[in-house]
Write a new protein. Structure first.
Length: 695
């Protein structure tokens, strides 16, 4: 499978207007204007109501919610998320004020806070968006001298900034709940239904496949370079995220139909329409139009697969007696429809769960994603990229706060702020080293520009104009990369503290630069030296482990099928372990490349790996489930010999067997069906196996 160059413009050309991906620059302008008003208004109100010293708390609180969080969703969802983030931020201010008097407690608390927020980012969604900004409340409090005596005004200022930001988010160019992810998945399901029906029409499949590819690429573009992807804290969110993975990998599986000439499936009627309807259930349900599993739209595909299997037994037996080769052709032609049916069941169940329906998860759903606790437990290990990066973030922030407290720095906030900026820029990125260097350059650029503005001895009114400009630029450059993003954020911080300590002094600016340099050094040191095996190395290692387990699983499934092994319980345990490791590989891909604004070549290759691994699990489970249709294995020496040969030769060997002895095989149609369909699955797997991984 080859991925073409995918951009927003190329996708929008093929999509209807109502599904077009909005241009990010327009969205950022609206968000930047909203953030500017909220932050500036918070500073003014705080100066009038509470006083100038507390402006930093109000300003960073408003900026954290408006720029760093900037939640998506309905008005109710955004308000709820803002209220929760405000409460957590206030608790951070209280905790920072409580431990600030103690050198040891400050370090320990900073490590725990930084580690906790960083590790919680594995839940994605609103938790990941708020993980950095909400920490600022704790950081400001812990570096403020005698913060406990100022607890009341400081917490009030933080709450004021959050309150103003929440209100501005609702009334000033509010974010519209686009439901873009759900609409894109819905359109993919609609295309999958059309692909299913195309199997009943001569020469219609290529066009249907192309439409499916377009909607797959649409999903890829929505996922690249954004934090708006559904989170993993709640069951509905996890199901929606899993639907994306199924859509991507499912498209890859269906694309392989291109390499096997498809002909009209003459046995479409029993399973075909039910499969198409199941995809339509998902299409409707994921948009909230059908959320009840008991509705007439809901189809139990596994019942239909069983009925279709029994019907296939009948026409196979009859066909072997009349025209063996034609019967074998029909068996092979029927295989794509059964593959679509299995995928339809997975898609339908995830769609129903994403809307809150009480249905069991798909047969292949990994147990590591059943609850938030299981997700945390699965990642609380040395092999988890989230765990490693959380340790690195906690260590960097603890060292930074330790330096600030040890030397009792007058402007120590800049040590911690610089370290936080570097840690955030490099967190779970495939290009962490480059991002660290870019973030460093950005901080230098922002602080230097701020120092030059102070050197110019600009009047107060000029700084009052510069502050909203810096705020706007800091939010507007969010998607422009670490250099501009960190430069504008550093400039915003310089202008705010210059206003608070008016008139600004060049000596103070030089001191801030020096302390920022220390914070940068700490974060860079840990980025390059702590746990040096980077994200790409972890992804590659997990890929190799996943392939190894998937290969073993396929071998075990074949042994069960040909009755060379009978320990079904052992296979089920092996299946669970393989699913867990493949899910870890998928999570690594998602976390490592989530910040990528383009689709790098290695990610395209890894997406193909993801598809192959998921198909290996699907193939293994499907082959073993053939055993539930009334027999304990192929039990035929000639057929068993076929599965000793390389996968690419098996279909031809089966055709030779049918030619030689159709009468004997007609007495065992179940065995022949299972053998042919298993051989087709295994042939596809072997054909798509990466060249660098040989079984």
């Amino acid at each position: 499978m080859k991925y073409p160059k995918v951009t927003t413009d190329t996708i929008n050309e093929k999509l209807p207007d109502e599904l077009a991906i909005p241009r990010k620059d327009r969205v950022l302008v609206r968000s930047a204007f909203r953030c500017t008003v909220a932050t500036a208004l918070s500073m003014v109100l705080c100066g009038v109501v509470l006083g100038k010293p507390e402006i930093a708390f109000a300003s960073y609180a408003a900026f954290a919610l408006s720029a760093m969080c900037d939640f998506d969703g309905t008005a109710k969802e955004r308000t709820t998320a803002n209220v929760v983030a405000t409460a957590v931020g206030v608790l951070g201010v209280v905790l920072g004020s409580a431990v600030g008097f103690s050198y040891g407690l400050s370090i320990v608390a900073m490590f725990v806070v930084a580690f906790g927020f960083s590790f919680a980012r594995l839940f994605h969604g609103f938790i990941a968006r708020s993980a950095v900004g909400v920490q600022l409340g704790f950081i400001l409090a812990v570096v403020t001298p005698d913060a406990w005596s100022k607890l009341g005004p400081n917490t009030a200022a933080w709450a004021l900034g959050c309150g103003v930001s929440t209100l501005c988010g609702l009334v000033i160019l509010p974010r519209h709940h686009s439901t873009s992810v759900r609409r894109a998945i819905s359109q993919w399901c609609k295309a999958a239904a059309e692909l299913t029906r195309s199997l009943n029409v001569v020469d219609a499949t290529p066009a249907a496949l192309e439409k499916l590819r377009v909607h797959r690429d649409h999903l890829l573009m929505l996922a690249a370079g954004t934090q708006d992807w559904p989170g993993s804290l709640f069951k509905r969110q996890r199901a929606l995220s899993d639907l994306y993975v199924v859509a991507e990998s499912g498209t890859a599986i269906f694309e392989r139909f291109d390499k096997t000439p498809l002909r009209h499936d003459t046995h479409y009627e029993i399973l075909g329409e039910q499969t198409a309807r199941a995809f339509e259930v998902a299409e409707q349900t994921v948009l909230g139009k059908q959320a009840s599993p008991g509705s007439p739209w809901s189809e139990d595909i596994w019942d239909d697969l069983s009925i279709d299997y029994e019907d296939s037994v009948a026409w196979t037996q009859e066909g072997l007696m009349n025209d063996p080769q034609h019967a074998l052709d029909r068996i092979e032609q029927h295989h794509p429809l059964r593959a679509l049916a299995v995928m339809a069941d997975v898609v339908q169940r995830y769609a129903l769960i994403s809307m809150g329906a009480s249905v069991s998860p798909p047969r292949f759903a990994p147990t590591s994603r059943t609850t938030p606790v299981s997700l945390l437990r699965a990642n609380f290990s040395w092999n988890s990229i989230w765990f490693r990066n959380a340790l690195r973030a906690g260590g960097a922030m603890a060292v930074a706060i330790g330096i600030e407290r040890h030397f009792d720095l007058a402007h120590g906030f800049w040590v911690v702020l610089a370290a936080l900026s570097i840690v955030n820029a490099t967190f779970t990125r495939h290009d962490a080293s480059k991002a660290a260097v870019d973030a460093t350059l950005g901080i230098f650029l922002g602080v230097v520009v701020g120092g030059l503005l102070i050197e110019l001895s600009l009047p107060a009114w000029a700084f009052l104009i510069l502050i909203p400009i810096a705020i706007f630029a800091s939010k507007w450059t969010t998607g422009a990369g670490p250099i501009l993003g960190n430069a504008t954020f550093a400039l915003y911080s310089v202008t705010v503290f210059s206003y608070i300590g008016w008139p600004p002094q060049l000596k103070v600016a030089e001191t801030r630069f020096e302390w920022a340099l220390i914070g940068i050094s700490v974060a860079l040191g840990l980025t390059f030296l702590a746990f040096p095996r980077g994200h790409s190395r972890l992804v590659a290692q997990q890929r190799d482990l996943s392939y190894e387990l998937a290969d073993q699983l396929v071998v075990s499934a074949q042994e069960l099928l040909v009755n060379r092994a009978s320990n079904r319980a052992a296979f089920d345990m092996q299946l669970s372990e393989c699913m867990a490791q493949v899910q870890r590989f998928i999570d690594l891909l998602e976390s490592t490349y989530h910040a990528a604004h383009t689709l790098p070549p290695e990610l395209k290759r890894y997406l193909e790996d993801e598809s192959w691994l998921l198909q290996a699990i699907l193939v293994s489970d499907t082959m073993v489930n053939y055993l539930e249709h009334g027999y304990t294995g192929l039990g035929d020496a000639a057929l068993n010999a076929v599965f000793q040969a390389p996968p690419t030769y098996r279909l031809e060997m089966l055709r030779d067997l049918v030619n030689k002895d159709p009468e004997r095989l007609s007495r065992h149609p179940r065995i022949l069906l299972s053998a042919v369909w298993s051989a087709q699955w295994l042939h596809d797997l072997e054909r798509e196996r990466p060249k660098d991984f040989v079984s």
